[in-house]
Design a protein around this ligand. Structure first.
Ligand code: PEP
Ligand code: MN
Length: 284
């Protein structure tokens, strides 16, 4: 870690803010909630998610179109068609979108449609990809590797930054351990450590950490309580029918309830939540 020149805090107040759009930024006083399905499946699915969750409110949309699946026979993502769906829904509902980039060859195409590029857990140490993303000109959501140490995670961010991109957000998404009850183990200790060590925003993905929908709301509140700058949570209009990660997908109702429950938690630790952006969705 002593090698890290760009990622570590220069002083205790050093905090970077990464903008997703004119209105939405990660790392400031407001926590940012990114919601949406594991994978983009159809226009109807993404329309429903965006329309319903805009008023929750979430601040950005997720949805994979290039999916890193364990089996080569599983759905690999909707590709370009998925990107077009993401972009049209993003525009209509004024929600920035984040989607995963798996290869250098996809960077240009995805950058034309998405507001933030996600590096998945399996690619955290794909150093050539990280170097190329240094030149992407888009903010990067860097997920922690399945079994990466905090130092390896920090150094992966250093790769992107040292190649020219200062807009990196770290994402703790659970690490492998011996217990198969949960999919992974959510490492909130790492969130606290990364907030102390680095100036980069840190968000938490409780969905891939837990792998079980009944654990997600409490883990989300715990993440905000320990200082996370936001959350990325999988949510689907028909969770059981989700083509991937169905067991961890939250219904729209559960997601809305979760988002609303975060306000007092955020305020208890000196943070705020975003209000609804569109006046017609205003809630009191
Ligand atoms: C995802 O967010 O869709 C995903 C595949 O997550 P991870 O890379 O953390 O497994
Ligand atoms: Mn998923």
């Amino acid at each position: 870690m002593k090698d890290a020149k760009l990622v570590l805090k220069a002083n205790p107040d050093h905090q970077s803010i990464v903008s997703l759009s004119k209105e939405i930024a990660i790392g400031g006083q407001e926590i940012v909630i990114i919601g949406g399905p594991c994978a983009v499946e159809s226009l109807t699915q993404m329309e429903t998610v965006a329309r319903e969750l805009k008023s929750a409110p979430i601040q950005a949309l997720r949805g994979g179109v290039y999916k890193p699946r364990t089996s080569p026979y599983a759905f690999q993502g909707a590709g370009l068609e998925g990107l077009e769906i993401l972009a049209s829904v993003s525009k209509r509902y004024d929600l920035p979108v984040v989607t995963e980039v798996m290869a250098i060859s996809q960077i240009k195409e995805i950058s034309a449609y998405a507001d933030m590029l996600q590096v998945g857990s399996r690619n955290m140490q794909n150093f050539d990809l990280l170097k190329a993303l240094g030149q992407a000109g888009k903010p990067i959501l860097l997920k922690r590797g399945l079994a990466a140490t905090i130092e390896e995670f920090v150094m992966a961010a250093e790769y992107i930054m040292s190649h020219g991109n200062p807009n990196v957000v770290l994402c703790e998404r659970g690490i492998r351990s011996f217990d198969s009850y949960t999919r992974n183990v959510l490492d909130l200790g790492a969130v606290v450590a990364l907030k102390q060590l680095t100036h980069l925003p840190v968000i938490v993905d409780p969905s891939h950490a837990a792998g079980r929908r009944e654990l997600i709301a409490d883990l989300s509140r715990a993440a905000i309580a320990c200082g996370a700058d936001g959350l990325i949570v999988e949510s689907h209009p028909e969770p059981e029918k989700s083509v991937s990660d169905a067991q961890q997908a939250l219904s729209i109702e559960a997601m809305t309830q979760l988002v609303r429950s975060l306000k007092p938690v955020a305020e208890a630790v000196g943070r705020k939540t975003y209000g609804v952006q569109c006046p017609q969705f205003a809630i009191v």
